[in-house]
Design a protein around this ligand. Sequence first.
Ligand SMILES: Cc1ncc(COP(=O)(O)O)c(C=O)c1O
Length: 367
Amino acid sequence: MKKNNEPIYVTKPSLAPLEEYVELLKGVWENGILTHNGPLVQRLERELCQKMGLNNFVAVSNGTIALQMAIKALELQGEIITTPFTWIATVSAIKWEGCTPVFCDIDPGTLNIDPTKIEDHITDKTVAIMPVHVFGNPCDVEAIDAIARKYNLKIIYDAAHAIGSTYKGKSLLEYGNVSATSLHATKLLNTAEGGGCVTSNVELDKKLQRLRFFGHNEDKDIVEDGFNGKMTEVHAALGLANLKYHDDVLNDRKKKYRMYHESLSEISNLQFQKISDGECNYSYFPVIFPSEELLNKVEKALNDKNIFPRRYFYPSVNTYSKVVKYESMPISEVISKRILCLPLYFNLTSNAQELIIKTIMNRIAVK
Ligand SMILES: Cc1ncc(COP(=O)(O)O)c(C=O)c1O
């Protein structure tokens, strides 16, 4: 079988021209400031706020730390209701902060936590809800907000996928008591490793800034237990270089998403995530197969052509029985077994995309 020369992976980081990154690094070499909330971190925070219409952005070293800082800042202790259809980091952040994850199943269309099931999981120990905007598709933030108000719970959005997503014209990061995002290499906007917390509460914002810096306040006094969540200047420089191209990356993703969707919709037994068109950032293209068997066959056909999609999220996190107490989550478990994310990134060529589509169509046509 003829293979492509270059393997095609599920994603490839979006990177600004190297010269533009190097130009920013020259300043770092000149001033000798590598970390400690330096000028580039502050500039990245400012420019991100301008671009996304945010009041603040506390840049940190990764998205997992951002989630932990959100839990710490809200001083939560008890049960946190979350989704099993996520990356393990959502759950490990809850556990590292000494809280207990309680799973609530997902909506089979949007793949986000099903708000109609959340109340079933509320006990007298529940302190918060931590939904995930899965693949950048907005959760039902209004329904979740109503539940949180009714039971006096906090909301932390795991917005790891949600940079560039909006809801009712506002950045999706503006919702919840805190939103925690990721700027990991695989995300729409990346600093290689990185993340950030967003909150509209000024006091909470200050607390988040203290927590990421060992508990120091503005007068350099240690006023509480913090840790090291700082982003470095080298990472911030990459974020600033990449931020200039953020709109191009977003628009390109949307075009490629539509191309997959239009072509693969011709296959009647495939399902797609029900997204809020125009609000989702189109950062992933997941396909839900009618069976795991068919998924395996399609994946093998793609691998034979040097194309490597990814089973994501798989398995359903509630089934990691070494780290969580198993409770049946039928929708998440079934979807996890049948979902495959196709390659989707800025430098994916239209030839490569056509080859992926053709390979899937051909494999499905074979009985
Ligand atoms: C849903 C979700 N939450 C949290 C994270 C953690 O982000 P990070 O890798 O920046 O720590 C990820 C990472 O991909 C994720 O997909």
